[in-house]
Design a protein around this ligand. Structure first.
Ligand SMILES: *[C@@H]1O[C@H](CO)[C@@H](O)[C@H](O)[C@H]1NC(C)=O
Ligand SMILES: *[C@@H]1O[C@H](CO)[C@@H](O)[C@H](O)[C@H]1NC(C)=O
Ligand SMILES: *[C@@H]1O[C@H](CO)[C@@H](O)[C@H](O)[C@H]1NC(C)=O
Length: 242
């Protein structure tokens, strides 16, 4: 091995070490990822027994009253919201926005806690506490319903808003349970989603304060198919929350 190769290898190892140290630090010392000169996306890990990786973007101007917490579907992670520009856009509109990697996805390790319904609700509650989120609007596509629905049923008083996007697990709860949740809700789904969208809508429409928006020409991951419409509708909902 030439000296040059050894130097390159050394630098590579150093980089990996820095990356590892950067990712495993508590949030107040989290590493900073620079993508856009005007937007800083902060990546960190929550403390505690099942640490959760998150990407966060602080508002560019004076903060609005709510924080937006983005969960993700089975084939996705917090990176999806960064790539789609959702983190950047919401920060430009004054919202602190946090995208999580659910346990076993992206950079978050699997967690025993996540194997029960009560455990998943607890985990989400702890993450919001750790990140000092007080007025969350929870955005929950598809698989993330496993977390969002038990949390909604138990902890909805903490939520300022709820944006289900054809989530799973709605059928586990009764009409009466949905009626009891007063959280303002925006039910969003893609017109071409013929399975989870109608199934979840049947249950979610029992939430007393909801509106429904169907994105035309979009499938189950409707935010990916119609990002512009998705962002417009989401921002309109956020901007009109009491
Ligand atoms: C950054 O902000 C400046 C001033 O508001 C603007 O002119 C520029 O286009 C922005 N850059 C990007 C990449 O958005
Ligand atoms: C809903 O019920 C199924 C099957 O009983 C279970 O696997 C799933 O974890 C439940 N979902 C929630 C959110 O509890
Ligand atoms: C219902 O939700 C809307 C926001 O979508 C809010 O402005 C309104 O105050 C809520 N109504 C009640 C009765 O909570």
């Amino acid at each position: 091995m030439s000296r040059y190769q050894a130097a390159v290898l050394g630098l590579g190892l150093l980089f990996l070490l820095l990356l590892y140290v950067g990712l495993s630090r508590p949030p107040e010392q989290a590493s900073w990822l620079w993508r856009d000169p005007n937007v800083t996306i902060l990546a960190g890990v929550t403390p505690g027994s099942s640490p959760i990786f998150y990407r966060e973007v602080l508002p560019l101007h004076q903060a609005r009253r709510s924080e937006v917490v983005l969960l993700h579907g089975k084939a996705f992670s917090s990176h999806t919201w960064e790539r789609l520009g959702t983190l950047k856009l919401l920060s430009q509109r004054g919202y602190r926005t946090i995208a999580l990697d659910l346990p076993g996805f992206g950079n978050s390790a699997a967690s025993r806690e996540a194997s029960t319904e009560a455990g998943r609700a607890r985990l989400l509650e702890r993450v919001l506490q750790d990140l000092k989120v007080h007025n969350a609007v929870l955005v929950s596509p598809s698989l993330s319903g496993l977390y969002a629905l038990p949390f909604l049923m138990q902890g909805h008083l903490q939520l300022r808003g709820f944006v289900p996007i054809a989530p799973t697990s709605t059928q586990n709860y009764s009409q009466e349970q949905f009626w009891a949740v007063k959280t303002p809700t925006l039910i969003l789904y893609g017109e071409l989603d013929h399975i989870l969208a109608p199934e979840s809508l049947r249950q979610l429409r029992h939430l007393p304060n909801h509106s429904v928006v169907k994105l035309p020409n979009a499938g189950h991951a409707c935010y990916l198919h119609r990002p512009r419409d998705f962002h417009l509708v989401l921002l309109d909902f956020l901007d009109h929350l009491p």
